[in-house]
Design a protein around this ligand. Structure first.
Ligand SMILES: Cc1cc2nc3c(=O)[nH]c(=O)nc-3n(C[C@H](O)[C@H](O)[C@H](O)COP(=O)(O)OP(=O)(O)OC[C@H]3O[C@@H](n4cnc5c(N)ncnc54)[C@H](O)[C@@H]3O)c2cc1C
Length: 416
């Protein structure tokens, strides 16, 4: 089959692929983005919308070992690992357990905070150019009804203070004064005043608009299904509507990276971390700040006329079935903490698969096997809040500029 020649082909039009495409287009490359759906319809569609450097934490954290055994047994836990006989799961979990130490945590937090802080300012500037994506810098409240929750929030606050991300301790009364939508009875928490939130799909659309205005091309509803390789490079990309020969390929397929990478005879350890959202307007008092309910790991995000309740992380691979029990856990957990109406009406239920690497750090870098293949994937719970920073790092490495962020923890060859 004859191939159409292109300069840069970005595969995957989620927030990661789109911000990388914009960065490269602005750097003078001619970029084509391809996706099997419309831009932003994967995991980037319905996340909590938080742009919060204070959450620049990898998934594996010290002290999780004992908890993770409990999670295997408790399908109601906020992080659930469905036990199943799978070599892929065993290998992923082994690497995950090895990454659970203080040294790795600090190394990961340093670089994740760097790319997240860059991203927050980038989105702030995007908002000054286009007020179309619901960007608001109201800060973020982490709240808990338990002393142990308040203590863990303080640990996170201190860790983030080392990275220049300000937070302050709050008593239960301070929290209620700032956010009366919460029910009384909280022990306390932390307020991070400089954080932001936005509408996730509208954010992708705002990036798409800038990308197209800069001369980039988007080809949606074309599925990539195979590759051909020759002389150490990927020579052909087969899609359901045409074949491409690209000078450079940016692989930004989120959770689906693993499947397509196998067509390249490359093994990438990405597992899907399933999460849900529910959209409801059934509030007696509507929250006006993003809130993390620590015990339940529920993310509450105010929207123009409703509220998004998001949560759970279920390591599942590609299974995107909806479990009503987990949706109910988000709803009842929210009712416990917020002034909601007794029988809430829900206008949308959604699930998404977070692309999770075992060490919780994305893969951003060139393939060691193919000279024209670059990875940007595996952004776990942080894809929105770290996308422009990831794109800047990708742009620096591709364009031969000195990166602002240490690229080593992101090296793709640690897994490829
Ligand atoms: C419940 C929940 C809440 C979250 N909250 C937050 C949050 O508040 N803040 C934050 O920063 N992150 C959050 N996240 C994580 C964030 O959503 C992800 O990290 C991010 O969306 C990943 O973006 P991506 O571009 O890598 O993947 P995706 O958005 O999934 O993009 C991958 C793209 O690849 C395309 N594709 C797949 N297969 C093919 C193929 N064969 N051919 C062509 N195209 C293909 C898909 O259609 C898709 O558009 C949350 C996630 C969940 C599930």
């Amino acid at each position: 089959m004859q191939a159409q020649k292109v300069d840069v082909l970005v595969i995957g039009a989620g927030i990661i692929g789109m911000t990388a495409a914009l960065e490269l287009q602005k750097a003078g490359r001619q970029v084509t983005v391809i996706d099997r759906a419309e831009p932003g319809m994967g995991c980037s569609y319905g996340n909590a919308g938080w742009i919060t450097p204070c959450f620049a934490m990898p998934l594996p954290q010290p002290g999780m070992f004992i908890k993770s055994i409990g999670w295997l047994l408790d399908p109601e836990s906020p992080l659930y690992i469905k036990p199943r006989p799978s070599l892929q799961l065993v290998s992923w979990l082994t690497r995950f357990l090895f990454a659970m130490n203080d040294k790795r945590l600090r190394e990961s937090v340093a670089v994740l905070a760097d790319i997240s802080k860059y991203s927050l300012e980038w989105f702030d500037q995007l908002n000054q150019r286009s007020q179309s994506f619901g960007f608001d810098r109201k800060g973020l409240l982490m709240v808990s009804a338990k002393e142990s929750g308040v203590e863990s929030a303080k640990v996170e606050m201190d860790l983030m203070a080392e990275r220049g991300i300000p937070g302050r301790m709050m008593t239960g009364d301070d929290i209620l004064a700032l956010e009366p939508a919460l029910r009384p009875g909280l022990k306390g928490g932390v307020y991070f005043p400089t954080e932001a939130h936005a509408e996730p799909l509208d954010t992708v659309k705002a990036v798409v608009k800038e990308f197209e205005a800069a001369g980039g091309t988007i080809l949606s509803r074309r599925e990539v299904y195979d590759f051909e390789f020759q002389g150490g490079r990927v020579s052909k990309v087969f899609t359901t509507k045409g074949v491409f020969d690209a000078e450079l390929i940016v692989f930004a397929l989120g959770t689906w990276s693993r499947t397509l990478a196998s067509r390249l005879r490359v093994s990438i350890p990405i597992l899907g971390g399933k999460g849900y959202h529910l959209i409801t307007d059934s509030f007696e008092k509507k929250p006006s700040h993003p809130i993390m309910i620590l015990e339940r790991k529920i993310a509450v995000t105010p929207r123009a006329n409703s509220v998004r309740l998001a949560g759970t992380l279920e390591l599942v691979g590609h299974d995107d079935s909806i479990t009503p029990r987990r949706l109910n856990a988000i709803l009842t957990g929210s009712q416990e903490y917020l002034h909601m109406k007794p029988n809430p009406s829900v206008s949308e239920v959604w699930r998404g698969l977070r692309p999770c690497t075992p060490d919780g750090v994305p893969m951003i870098g060139f393939s060691k096997k193919y000279s024209n293949l670059f990875y940007s994937l595996g952004h776990q719970m942080l894809g929105l809040q770290s996308a422009p920073g990831s794109a800047k790092l990708a742009g620096d490495l591709i364009m031969g500029r000195t990166p602002d962020t240490d690229p080593r923890p992101f090296r793709a060859e640690r897994y490829e």
